[in-house]
Design a protein around this ligand. Sequence first.
Ligand code: SF4
Length: 423
Amino acid sequence: MSAAPQAVLRDCRETPVLRERGQREVFCGLTGIVWLHRKMQDAFFLVVGSRTCAHLIQSAAGVMIFAEPRFGTAILTDRDLAGIADANDELDRVCATLLERRPDITTLFLVGSCPSEVIKLDLAKAAERLNGRFLPRVRVLSYSGSGIETTFTQGEDNALRALVPSLPRSEERQLLVVGCLADVVEDQFRRCFDALGIGPVRFLPARRAADLPAVGPGTLLLAAQPFVGETVRALVARGARLLASPYPFGAEGTTAWLTTAAQSFGVPAERVRTVLAPLEERARASLARYRDVLAGRRLFLMPDSQLELPLARFLNREMGMELVEVGTPYLDRMMVGEELPLLPAGVTLSEGQDVERQLERVRAAQPDITVCGLGLANPLEAEGLTTKWSIELVFTPIHGYDQCGDLAEVFARPLDRRRRLAL
Ligand code: SF4
């Protein structure tokens, strides 16, 4: 484990949190479809929304040119919005046409949006009705991806939460990793768990949405993403137990995360060391070349992805960055309780947003790099500040030992670009 470069021995568990409840600048939960549709290859995400929703998802996800699309939008027209047409009839017709044409779909997510919520279109009821028609060939589920009171990573949490009631029950002792991981990362972790003798290990979501992991009192949960709190709560209600841990970002976080699982499965400490030490060493070596760029640089994280706390811990402890402010949309202590003690005491922690006030703090602090949403990045760049889009951290594989260098590079690249522009 590395020493904290801010040379503070106390931690920030007791640091007062600045709570702000003003205007927010965040993407909506529809964005989660971008990475979920890549992961669950037999699922389809049908957004029930407006043309704006269709544009958002289409421009964020791009076009799949080699395969049938795995997402689409059922556009609510003026007649639906005015209550002249029965949106339920129309939705049933669209789903029937889609499922008839696409026998590869085993799970259909109806994804609610701001417009569908405003007209109070009950997608849970629609899913129930459609299940009566299409089960067992296709399971229809619903969740909200709307931007009303949510942040963009909650889309994934809502989608996974929707799967929980369908999971079969099992008493078996098993590890369930919760949170969407790129396949390459899932494979790396599977190899680590195998080498440690931990098993069986299952992942939620699985590559095929139809491969539902079982859950029950023998299930130990290891969260791979800090934003899957509602899914974890639903799994705990079904008897599972959460293993609290720092997240697998950076060499230190990855070792802590795997060690948490190993200890719960009674793996001897010597075996944990033997398996993980060479992997950790290689990961630290991959970080070394970015440390020169990042050490001593001042970082401001605006609240957006809910990855802010673990990333701040990694960038401070392993890369030597100084934390100006660590903002998070929600401070869910059940999910990030193990990260708090690893942050330096005295750091400004903020929850929620009052965007104008926060921008004033950014301007006053003049950080070397600001991590923020897309909408804020360009104006800040125009003011001469260096930024990083937080959404990139969800699109890029950044978990685990082998991705450590890529994670550090995500932050080093904009600083390097700024340096070159200044030459
Ligand atoms: S769900 Fe709401 S915030 Fe998201 S694209 Fe549609 S209208 Fe906009």
